[in-house]
Ligand binder design. Structure first.
Ligand code: ZN
Length: 232
């Protein structure tokens, strides 16, 4: 009996959403799903086309990035996932894509400004863009250091990873997370949409003002506050 099948299934289903949502090309992108009681996560294997994936092909890895179950090599970004799971103990799923619009902001090394209520429904702040990594970090244990680049930036900006479930890594691309893999994928799709809208907003009006604080507060509380009334 394979005791990891539940997270393999969760990771598989979440990975298969990425091409459906238009967030990835070819074998790009990866999703993982964690089991905290077992201290492992399931992640997409490296370089396998989405149509060839199956739950059993998801690789089981511990929080130090060691493969503990599975015959395929895990995603090349596995160590970034491992670092984030190890240090951010409330995360249940992580997604990495090179989705076009979010990646364009990462390449431009800019936070995504909070221009509208779509953004405010999910985040009350600009979506953070961590600076490009130092040469030392890049030449060293690159994927491992990418996790630290994200965490260090959250610390520096005093952001709470349970409040802001997405980040851009400068020159690279977005990472998102959530309470499970499905929520992390949802956040990835929301981020891509918000990134596209923000770009169009600046094209239409380069001086577009940020969302008023009253609207930020209102929309955030509709979904997250003690008196939230959005959804069922
Ligand atoms: Zn990448």
């Amino acid at each position: 009996m394979n005791k990891y099948l539940h997270i393999q299934q969760e990771a598989y289903e979440a990975n298969m959403q990425l091409p459906k949502l238009g967030l990835v090309l070819f074998t790009f992108g990866n999703v993982s799903a964690v089991d905290r009681s077992l201290g492992v996560f399931a992640i997409k294997p490296s370089g396998v086309p989405y149509e060839d994936l199956s739950p059993e092909k998801m690789v089981i890895v511990d929080f130090d990035g060691n493969t503990v179950f599975g015959s395929l090599r895990p995603s090349s970004d596995t160590k970034t996932h491992a670092v984030l799971y190890k240090h951010w103990e409330k995360i249940g799923g992580i997604v990495h894509t090179h989705s076009t619009y979010a990646t364009a902001w990462a390449q431009a090394q800019r936070d995504i400004p909070i221009f509208g209520t779509t953004h405010a429904d999910h985040n009350t702040v600009n979506i953070p863009c961590a600076p490009p990594m130092s040469d030392e970090m890049i030449k060293g244990n690159y994927e491992y250091e990418t996790g630290f680049q994200i965490m260090n930036y959250f610390k520096e900006k005093q952001l709470d990873y349970q409040e802001v479930e997405m980040v851009l890594v400068g020159n690279h691309a977005p990472f998102t997370w959530g309470k499970n893999a499905a929520k992390a994928v949802y956040n990835s799709a929301v981020l891509e949409s918000v990134a596209q809208m923000a770009l169009l907003t600046e094209q239409i009006n380069p001086k577009a003002p940020l969302l008023k604080p009253a609207l930020i507060q209102k929309h955030y509380e509709r979904k997250h506050g003690p008196d939230s009334y959005y959804g069922q």
